[in-house]
Write a protein that binds this ligand. Structure first.
Ligand SMILES: NC(=O)c1ccc[n+]([C@@H]2O[C@H](COP(=O)([O-])OP(=O)(O)OC[C@H]3O[C@@H](n4cnc5c(N)ncnc54)[C@H](O)[C@@H]3O)[C@@H](O)[C@H]2O)c1
Length: 248
């Protein structure tokens, strides 16, 4: 597997969960990978895992909600690996409670990371992609937007914004040969989901076509495809990878 050899990918929030799986798969396909993560120890651990498997990775302490931190992320990536070809905008925060219990601070925190953070990362990498004449931006949305999921209002609205960002930027960046697409996972078994639903989170399985709980590895092939030349004429799209829960 060397579909991505010579390419450099940044995966935000790749210190654990699905982001970790994206980073490991992109590295396995030959990309040099930057783990841009607010939990630096986790980022270092994933970079070590990739190195142990024969890949190349750089762990960076990055807060996607902070422009200066994101600017340094792009600068340090280029200083180390010389280019930026792929951005996987995966970092996000999610929580659950009834619709009328969200505070102003919680709305701001979720939007700072889940929406503005994606914009900052795109703004920081696009100048390098333009110079190179090509780029791949993959924004992680969520199938909850299509379903209209209760009990996670600011999160669901932030993921709607991710799809809006994807469509509008696909139009603005197409002239530079930069693809902007989104992936919408279904309810996927990760550390965060286990924290939110300690009693188990397989309650959507009956509504999926595939009757088992989604795993991070179920998502990586689609992201690797969107990162590769195989998707060069695909932009502005949102692909639901959710075992057939949503069909839109
Ligand atoms: N797990 C699911 O069921 C599910 C479903 C749909 C969409 N998603 C999306 O997939 C992505 C990954 O989900 P996950 O379950 O692996 O979540 P997770 O909480 O395990 O991982 C998110 C990562 O982002 C990092 N992060 C948070 N804030 C950050 C910041 N300001 N700067 C940099 N890094 C930051 C966290 O430290 C963490 O490592 C998210 O975008 C999430 O919304 C997940």
């Amino acid at each position: 597997m060397s579909r991505l050899s010579g390419r450099v990918a940044i995966v935000t929030g790749a210190g654990r969960g699905i982001g970790r799986a994206y980073a490991r798969r992109l590295a396995a396909e030959g990309a040099r990978v930057v783990i841009a993560e607010i939990q630096f120890t986790n980022a270092q651990r994933v970079a070590e895992e990739i190195a142990a498997a024969g890949g190349q990775a750089l762990a960076l302490h990055t807060n996607v909600a902070d422009w200066e931190s994101v600017r340094q992320m792009a600068e340090q990536t280029v200083a180390r690996f010389g280019r930026i070809d792929i951005l996987v905008n995966n970092a996000a925060i999610m929580d659950v409670k009834p619709w009328d219990q969200w505070t102003s601070e919680e709305w701001d925190a979720i939007f700072s990371v889940n929406v503005k953070g994606l914009y900052y990362c795109i703004k920081a990498v696009v100048p390098y992609m333009r110079q190179q004449g090509k780029g791949k931006i993959i924004n992680i949305a969520s199938a909850v937007f299509f379903h209209g999921q209760p009990y996670c209002l600011p999160y669901a609205v932030s993921k709607a914004a991710v799809i809006g960002l994807t469509r509008s930027l696909a139009r603005e960046l197409g002239e530079y040969n930069i693809c902007v697409n989104a992936v919408a996972p279904g309810l996927t078994e990760t550390e965060r989901i286990r924290e939110l639903f300690p009693e188990g989170a397989d309650f959507l399985v009956p509504f999926q076509c595939f009757k088992r709980q989604e795993q991070p590895e179920d998502l990586v092939g689609t992201v690797a495809f969107l990162a590769s030349d195989d998707s060069d004429f695909l932009t502005g799209q949102t692909i639901c990878v959710d075992g057939g829960w949503m069909m839109h």
